[in-house]
Design a protein around this ligand. Structure first.
Ligand SMILES: [Fe+2]
Length: 575
C-alpha cells in the first residue's frame, strides 16, 4: 500500500510518501525552489518522493492532500454574513485556493506526463488540523495519547483537541477561525517590528532579554475559557475584516498586518522594521511569550484532566515554540510528549498520508518516527563528479580521518559546513545539513554572524549533545531528537558552553542518538574525546535562504560566505 501525502497551496508546501506504513521520503518544496516557505504545488518534492520509492505516480494507491474546503462550510457562510466586506475577501481567497485543489489531477498530469483521465490513485482530502494531529500521533511511540493541534489557521480551524488510540483519532473539540493563538503571537510579532511570514521565532529569541511585565494586560486580549480553550477580544485584531495570509503567483506567503489601532493604543505604536529595539519591546516580547506558555499549559492541563491520559502529542505552527514545549511536562500532569520534526505546516503532507493509512484504510500502526532524515541524499561518487566539474580542489578521507580532521578544525576556531546523509524534514538542521562550531568559544556567535549568518545578535545558537550526556548538562534529561524543546542548562556548565547558552541560561538542544545519526554522533564523540565536551554548536546550513539541499547549493553557500571548511560526505574542501 503506497500513499503520497502533500501539503499544497499553503505555506511550507511539501510531499511525503509512505510504503506499507513506512515513511520512505518527506521533504519541503522550498528546498528545491529555493524560496522560503514556498506555498504552491509541491511538484519537485512529489517527484523526489516517487523517485525515492522507485515508482511512478500510477503505482501509488492513494494521494492524501492535507486540506478539506468542505470543512466547517456552515461556519464559513456565517462568517461571511457577519463580516460582509472582509469576510467575503477572506473566504474568496480561500475558495480560490480550493479551486486549485479541485484541479489536482491537472497538476499531477503536468508533472508526470500521465494524461489526467488515466491517473489511478484515489485522491483523499484530509482536513488541515486532522493532518497535524495525525503527523504527531501516528508518528509517536504511544498507543494512546491526548492530541493537540494549534496554529494560525487551516480549514477555518485554529486549534483542535482529540484523543488517539491505536490507529484511530477522535476529535473532542476545536476553535474556529479567526480566534487563534498563532494569530495572537503573529500580531505581536508584527507590532514588535518583524513583518515576515515565520518571524515568530525572533520574538521567542528576544523574550529572554526582557521581563514579562505586561502579562496581566494580555488577559484582556485573550481569555482562557472554562472548557479548556480560549476566546479573544476582536478589538485588537483585524482578522475579522481582512485576509491573514495570502499567496500570489510567486508562491511566497505574506502575512497582512493584523493588529488594530486599538492594539497600538493599549500596547504602544508598532515598531518599524529596523528601528531600535528598546527595553519596552523586550519586555513586551517576554510578556507575549510567557502568556502564550500559560495559554498552552491551560489547554494542555484541561486536555489531560478531560482524557486522564499521560501521553501528549502536539503539532501545528505554535508547536514550533520550543521554549513553551520544554515546559509542558513540568506544568501539566502529562508524563510524555511527542512533537514531530515537521510540527509546522510542512508536516501536513506526512500527517495526511498517515491519516489515510490509519484512519481511512484501517492499516496497522507502524514504527514510531525518531529520524528526520527523509530528504535528499548524495553519494561520495556523485559529489566527486560534481566537484571535478566545478574544478574544486578537495580531499576524500576515510571515516576515521574525517572525524579527526573536522574535530581538529572545530577546535582550531573553524566554522564548518557539514553535509552528510539525508536532509532533514522540518525547519531544524540536525546534523545532516548543518553549520558547526566549537560551543566552548565565547565569541562563536559573533564569529558565525560575521562569517555567515548576519542575523540579529539576540538570536541564540543551538547545541547538539550526545544523548548519554544530556543529564550532565541540562536540568531535564528527556530525549529531544528534533530540537523541539528548550531546557535550562545546569548553571555550572554555562561557562563551559557559552556559545550555546542563551542569555537566560537555556539551550534548544538536540539529543543525538547513535542509531539514528551515527556519523554525526561519531564526530561529536571524537570532539568529546579531545575536549571533554560532548556538544557541538549546530545551526542550519544556509544564508538567508532555505536550508541547502544539494552539494551545489552547499558549495555555493561555502564560496559566498567565510566558512572555513566544507565537508560533503567524505570530501573536504578547505580555504
Ligand atoms: Fe497548520
Amino acid at each position: 500500500m503506497t500513499i503520497l501525502g502533500i501539503n499544497a497551496y499553503h505555506a511550507d508546501s511539501s510531499a511525503a510518501i509512505i510504503v506499507d506504513g513506512k515513511l520512505i521520503a518527506a521533504t519541503e518544496e522550498e528546498r528545491f525552489t529555493r524560496v522560503k516557505h514556498w506555498a504552491g504545488f509541491p511538484a519537485q518534492a512529489i517527484l523526489f518522493c516517487l523517485k525515492e520509492a522507485g515508482i511512478t505516480l500510477n503505482e501509488v494507491d492513494h494521494i492524501a492532500i492535507g486540506r478539506d474546503p468542505k470543512a466547517k462550510l456552515a461556519k464559513k457562510a456565517f462568517y461571511i454574513l457577519k463580516n460582509p466586506a472582509g469576510g467575503i475577501k477572506t473566504v474568496l481567497n480561500r475558495l480560490q485556493n480550493s479551486k486549485k485543489v479541485s484541479s489536482l489531477e491537472k497538476e499531477f498530469s503536468a508533472i508526470t506526463g500521465i494524461p489526467e483521465e488515466t491517473i489511478k490513485p484515489k485522491i483523499n482530502q484530509v482536513e488541515h488540523h486532522r493532518s497535524h494531529l495525525a503527523s504527531a500521533f501516528f508518528a509517536s511511540p504511544f498507543n494512546e495519547a491526548a492530541l493537540l493541534s494549534i496554529d494560525g489557521s487551516g480549514d477555518f480551524t485554529t486549534t483542535m483537541i482529540a484523543t488517539g488510540k491505536g490507529n484511530k483519532i477522535d476529535i473532542i473539540d476545536s476553535v474556529d477561525f479567526p480566534v487563534s493563538v498563532g494569530s495572537f503571537y503573529t500580531s505581536f510579532t508584527q507590532l514588535l517590528g518583524f513583518p515576515h511570514y515565520g518571524d515568530e521565532y525572533k520574538v521567542m529569541g528576544l523574550a529572554p532579554y526582557g521581563e514579562p511585565k505586561y502579562v496581566d494586560k494580555l488577559y484582556d486580549v485573550i481569555q482562557f475559557t472554562e472548557d479548556g480553550l480560549f476566546n479573544w477580544n476582536h478589538k485588537y485584531f483585524k482578522t475579522a475584516r481582512e485576509v491573514v495570509v495570502t499567496y500570489n503567483n510567486d508562491h511566497i506567503p505574506r502575512v497582512a498586518s493584523n493588529y488594530t489601532s486599538y492594539m497600538e493604543e493599549k500596547f504602544g505604536k508598532g515598531r518599524a522594521n529596523g528601528e531600535e529595539l528598546t527595553q519596552y519591546h523586550k519586555d513586551l516580547a517576554a510578556s507575549v511569550q510567557r502568556f502564550t506558555e500559560e495559554l498552552i499549559f491551560h489547554i494542555a492541563s484541561h486536555l489531560q484532566k478531560r482524557t486522564g491520559l499521560k501521553n501528549l502529542c502536539i503539532a501545528g505552527g505554535v508547536a514550533q515554540n520550543s521554549v513553551a514545549n520544554g515546559k509542558i511536562l513540568k506544568n501539566t500532569h502529562f508524563d510524555n510528549l511527542y512533537i514531530p520534526s515537521a510540527g509546522h505546516d510542512a508536516g501536513i503532507s506526512m500527517g495526511s498520508a498517515l491519516y489515510v493509512h490509519n484512519q481511512v484504510l484501517n492499516q496497522p500502526r507502524s514504527e514510531p518516527i525518531f529520524s528526520a532524515y527523509t530528504g535528499s541524499r548524495f553519494s561520495n561518487d556523485e559529489i566527486e563528479v560534481y566537484l571535478k566539474s566545478r574544478n574544486i580542489q578537495y580531499t576524500r578521507y576515510n571515516d576515521t580521518e574525517l572525524y579527526e580532521k573536522v574535530a581538529n578544525r572545530l577546535i582550531d576556531s573553524g566554522v564548518i559546513g557539514w553535509f552528510q546523509g539525508r536532509a532533514e524534514f522540518g525547519p531544524r538542521a540536525l546534523g545532516g545539513r548543518s553549520i558547526l562550531a566549537d560551543p566552548r568559544r565565547s565569541d562563536a556567535k559573533d564569529l558565525l554572524n560575521a562569517k555567515i549568518k548576519r542575523r540579529e545578535s539576540f538570536r541564540p545558537f543551538a547545541p547538539s549533545i550526545l544523548k548519554e550526556y544530556v543529564a550532565e548538562y541540562f536540568e531535564h534529561a528527556e530525549d529531544v531528537p528534533f530540537m523541539e524543546k528548550v531546557f535550562p542548562i545546569i548553571k555550572e556548565k554555562h561557562a563551559t558552553i557559552p556559545a550555546v547558552t542563551h542569555v537566560d541560561g537555556t539551550g534548544r538542544l538536540q539529543s543525538v542518538d547513535k542509531t539514528v545519526s551515527p556519523r554525526y554522533y561519531n564526530l561529536i564523540e571524537v570532539f568529546r574525546q579531545k575536549t571533554g565536551v560532548p556538544i557541538l554548536l549546530n545551526t542550519s546550513f544556509n544564508e538567508n535562504e532555505p536550508i541547502v539541499n544539494s552539494p551545489a547549493e552547499a558549495l555555493d553557500c561555502f564560496l559566498r560566505t567565510q566558512m572555513d571548511m566544507l565537508v560533503l560526505e567524505n570530501c573536504v574542501i578547505e580555504r
